[in-house]
Write a protein that binds this ligand. Structure first.
Ligand code: 5GP
Ligand code: MG
Length: 177
């Protein structure tokens, strides 16, 4: 059990399980992008840890970019996605792989879709470590999913609660207080 600010969290997903699902996704990405030079587009802050693991496992040439979006306050979505840091490279005619830590309502994916539609990309696919099917309200395809989880609030492996918990190497979920 751990405490972050005022809330307590219990162990939920081990580092071994996370690593196993990253290995599996990476095999698929390596197969699908063989011979291409994709641009990995990481969504900060949450995806930084997952992004580095996915990118390290890519076997061909690739480029890396990041944008910083935010929609969560405390333990829930505000419904509004703010861009804190935009894109500073051209993505015209590029194969983009969006890297998300977790897809929840889908509002962030909607914002990314808007950004990429205006950039004339060749195509884009989305990879996420975690997906909450019970919270998802959009139709965007999420091509690579590490694991589906229930509607719990989680921290660790890049994910935070009001700034804390990103450094944890396994994932914890909010405990009934
Ligand atoms: P969405 O826009 O799909 O509602 O949510 C996406 C973003 O909200 C994620 O990239 C993540 O930053 C944040 N988020 C969603 N669910 C959780 C959660 O369970 N824990 C934490 N720490 N952040 C979450
Ligand atoms: Mg995120």
């Amino acid at each position: 059990m751990i405490q972050l600010h005022d809330l307590r969290f219990e162990p939920f997903i081990s580092e071994e399980r996370i690593t196993a699902s990253i290995d599996k996704i990476s095999e698929q990405i390596n197969r699908d992008y063989k011979g291409k030079t994709p641009v990995f587009l990481g969504i900060l802050n949450g995806a930084f840890m997952f992004a580095s693991e996915i990118i390290k496992r890519f076997e061909g040439d690739c480029e890396v970019a990041f944008v910083k979006l935010g929609s969560y306050k405390g333990t829930s979505s505000t419904g509004k996605v703010d861009t804190m840091m935009g894109l500073n490279m051209s993505l015209e005619n590029r194969h983009v792989i969006v890297i998300e830590d977790i897809v929840d309502t889908g509002n962030t994916l909607a914002a990314i879709d808007g950004i990429l539609k205006s950039k004339d990309v060749a195509d884009y696919k989305t990879v996420t470590l975690f997906f909450k099917p019970g919270a998802y309200q959009k139709e965007y395809n999420v091509e690579y999913i590490g694991m589906e989880i229930p509607n719990d609030f989680i921290v660790g492996y890049g994910l935070d609660y009001n700034g804390l918990g990103r450094n944890l190497s396994q994932v914890y979920k909010l405990k009934e207080q």
